[in-house]
Design a protein around this ligand. Structure first.
Ligand code: ADE
Length: 250
């Protein structure tokens, strides 16, 4: 699978793609990343990429012609083009799975006050946001999407089993994990995890997942509960015991 990022700040995007799991996946040929400087397509001697907004308002707007030209350099018939913007649809694990099935994803990063509206309307397949907050640009968002998608590409993670059990895959957050030491200060690992009883451990993890999701993500819990009701064959009992959850202290 190929990812191309179009950005005014290639230096923000490259390092995270060159390290750790993504770096190794690229070296092994499971994925490849290209990072391209939109300013190469800027206008005039100063390579201008933006202009003042029609109708007035603050800030500068990135030009549609510049972005179109930058896109043409990487676009192929199989490309799926995404604009990163806080006005996009929220990116979720299901979107990561959907994008991981594409052969080529192009991520366009906006900067400054925004991007000419014709980019979203005519040049891209979709607009995605990574959360309800405004970043200084789409670069970090594009890297987040590369990371979430690339790790689902076969071969990128050694252990495919870990994908099955992780957060969001079944609409729930993942239960906490523990390792040695069994006792630390006066905090011990839940005894059931040492029992060797696989069914009891699975049931404990499920209950923990449910309690955690209910406590910290009522939105996900409502979605999960609704699906359980509409599919009684998988209906579970109410979540048992509560995990020790640190509340935010403001
Ligand atoms: N650019 C600025 N904020 C963003 C966000 N939350 N998601 C995606 N791109 C962005």
């Amino acid at each position: 699978m190929r990812f191309d990022i179009l950005t005014l700040f290639p230096g923000i995007c490259r390092p995270p793609l060159e390290h750790s799991i993504l770096g190794r996946a690229a070296s092994a040929g499971h994925v490849s990343f290209g990072v391209h400087d939109i300013r190469d397509h800027g206008r005039g001697r100063h390579r201008v990429v933006d202009d003042t907004p029609y109708g007035g308002g603050s800030g500068m707007v990135m030009r549609v012609d510049v972005i179109d030209e930058a896109l043409q350099e990487v676009w192929q018939p199989t490309s799926h083009v995404v604009l990163m913007a806080p006005t996009g649809r929220p990116f979720r694990q299901a979107d990561a799975r959907r994008l991981a099935a594409k052969p080529h994803v192009v991520l366009v990063c906006g900067h400054y006050e925004g991007v000419d509206g014709r980019v979203a309307a005519h040049l891209v397949d979709e607009v995605l946001s990574i959360g309800d907050y405004v970043l200084t640009g789409g670069e970090l968002a594009a890297v987040v999407i590369c990371d979430a998608v690339a790790r689902l590409v076969p071969g990128v993670l050694g252990n495919a089993g870990s994908l099955e059990e992780e957060s969001f895959e079944h609409g729930l957050l993942e239960a906490p994990a523990y390792t040695r030491p069994f006792e630390y200060r006066d905090w011990s690992v839940p005894e059931v995890l040492r029992s060797g009883h696989h069914a009891r451990i699975a049931a404990w993890r499920k209950a923990q997942s449910e309690a955690l999701t209910q406590a910290v993500r009522p939105d996900l819990w409502a979605e999960y509960a609704r699906k359980e009701v509409s599919n009684p064959s998988t209906r579970q009992k109410e979540p048992a015991g509560v995990v020790d959850m640190a509340a935010p202290s403001e």
